[in-house]
Design a protein around this ligand. Structure first.
Ligand code: 6PG
Length: 486
């Protein structure tokens, strides 16, 4: 097929050559067995890639038709453009030119609902659509990301070896696995990002406490994080935190962190995690608080107004003994909770959307390449290997012990933060979640009573399987009834 003058010789193509796309294309080209076709809507990016890295042997095209002609069958193209309308436009162009059995891969941070829709639409044209989460940022794309593909088993047969060739490697295994059908890959990537938000928030709270209660400067706190990175908290995010805290501003000689505006941005995947988890009935408080904390930080007017009104702030508490150790333990315990909540959301999503997701395999591919990569992921692998039916990760022996060992420190830290007026929404919501699960009785009983009072929503009794309603506005006798449907 060479109507447009190209020989079909590339086994993989990349559309969209901004940094992520270029780096992924370079990664692909650097691996044995791959010949990579590249295309970008505006030719400048293609020219830049060819000027700077043309020796990698790319087959560059000026038109989408040429690009398609340069791909061998089954044609496989990875789209690396901005999520949303841009993706739909490229999909539609490729779908017009691709033939039965060809594979369109979306490697952006797409909303998994869009991925389900796109897969469904393209299936009607007998095309394979694979929504793929790719984590690791620019460097990961170039050197080896963690890859979370969804889509059909048929597409995985062709795509699997290609993705394995470029993925990060952790303990000898490539950080890629077929997550499940249609939107499963983007769903799991979304949860990855939700956990990433929680992890970052917990680290940020630790820094704030070490600074404001501990009285340490950023450079000293960097050293604390470097130390922590040698133990069970070892992770990419802890590592880069130390790097950021060490950075000194050239102009002023001050720690850079003191010059960065304290308003955290976001691109949406954290919000999606919360929206979808709440819709699935999964309490992901740790992730939600991380999303809210970014939102609060980005409300300068409200912050200024409250700061003006509230003059008497509480006094910062004395750190007391072992403060650093306490923060470390509180961080680890809260992190356990965040991961437990994230995996709960994966389990609920799999059930709702009919995906068969291997939770241990997900933990394995997060050990390398991605933003939340950490040694600790092995503990999740072990937990599900021991018993894949556990009700929560917190039930697993390792997790239960980690949380129990940190419990006293966790409580001291949350109390000290509250008394000092330092916000620790991540730590405190994780502790509240843990205490909720650990409480034999919850005040939810009273909420059921209130609901029955104002809305006849009914309740169950502890001593019966039946459903009841109290005639609150009548003689307050109790009747057996049907569950409320309103
Ligand atoms: C990754 C990152 C990546 C990106 C997020 C950050 O896994 O490589 O999660 O996807 O950095 O989009 O999102 P925010 O801008 O929302 O923090």
């Amino acid at each position: 097929m060479a109507e447009h003058g190209k020989t079909a010789q590339a086994n993989i193509g990349v559309v969209g050559l901004a940094v992520m796309g270029s780096n992924l294309a370079r990664n692909l080209a650097s691996r044995e067995g791959n010949t990579v076709a590249v295309y970008n809507r505006s030719p400048e990016r293609t020219d830049t890639l060819m000027e700077e890295h043309g020796d990698a042997g790319f087959i560059a095209s000026k038109t989408i038709e040429e690009f398609v002609d340069s791909l061998s069958k089954p044609r496989t193209a990875i789209i690396m453009v901005q999520a949303g309308k841009g993706t739909d436009a490229v999909i539609s162009q490729l779908a017009d030119l691709f033939e039965e059995g060809d594979i369109i891969v979306d490697g952006g941070n797409a909303n998994f609902h869009d991925t389900i829709r796109r897969e469904h639409d393209l299936k009607e044209k007998k095309l394979n659509f694979v929504g793929t989460g790719i984590s690791g940022g620019e460097e990961g794309a170039l050197k080896g990301p963690s890859i979370m593909p969804g889509g059909s088993a048929e597409a995985w047969e062709t795509l699997g070896p290609i993705l394995k060739s470029i993925a990060a490697v952790a303990e000898g295994e490539p950080c890629v696995t077929h997550i499940g059908t249609d939107g499963a890959g983007h769903f799991v990537k979304m949860i990855h990002n939700g956990i990433e938000y929680a992890d970052m928030q917990l680290i940020a709270e630790s820094y704030d406490l070490l600074r404001r209660v501990g009285g340490h400067e950023p450079a000293a706190i960097a050293k604390v994080f470097e130390e922590w990175n040698k133990g069970e908290l070892e992770s990419y995010l802890i590592e880069i935190t130390a790097e950021v805290l060490k950075q000194v501003d050239e102009k002023t000689g001050k720690p850079l962190v003191d010059l960065i505006v304290d308003q955290a941005g976001s691109k949406g995947t954290g919000v999606w995690t919360v929206q979808n988890s709440v819709g699935l009935g999964v309490p992901v408080g740790g992730i939600a608080e991380a999303v809210f904390a970014r939102a609060v930080s980005s409300k300068p007017d409200q912050r200024a107004a409250v700061q003006k009104t509230l003059k008497n702030r509480p006094e910062i508490q004395d750190p007391g003994e072992n403060f650093e150790d306490d923060v470390q333990k509180a961080l680890y315990a809260s992190k356990m909770v965040a991961y437990a909540q994230g995996f709960d959301a994966i389990i609920a999503g799999a059930k709702e959307y009919g995906w068969s997701i291997d939770k241990g395999a997900v933990a394995k591919i997060w050990r390398g390449g991605c933003i939340i990569r950490a040694q600790f992921l092995n503990r999740i692998v072990d937990a599900y290997e021991n018993d894949s039916t556990i009700a929560t990760l917190l039930e697993d022996e390792y997790f239960a012990k980690a949380v129990a060992d940190g419990e006293d420190a966790w409580r001291r830290i949350v109390a000290k933060a509250a008394l000092s007026g330092i916000p620790v929404p991540g730590f405190s919501s994780a502790l509240a979640y843990y205490d909720s699960l650990a409480s034999e009785r919850l005040p939810a009983a009273l909420i059921q009573g209130q609901r029955d009072f104002f809305g006849a929503h009914t309740y169950k009794r502890t001593d019966s399987d039946k459903v009841f309603h109290t005639l609150w506005s009548g003689d307050r006798s109790e009747i057996e009834t049907e569950p409320s449907t309103h």
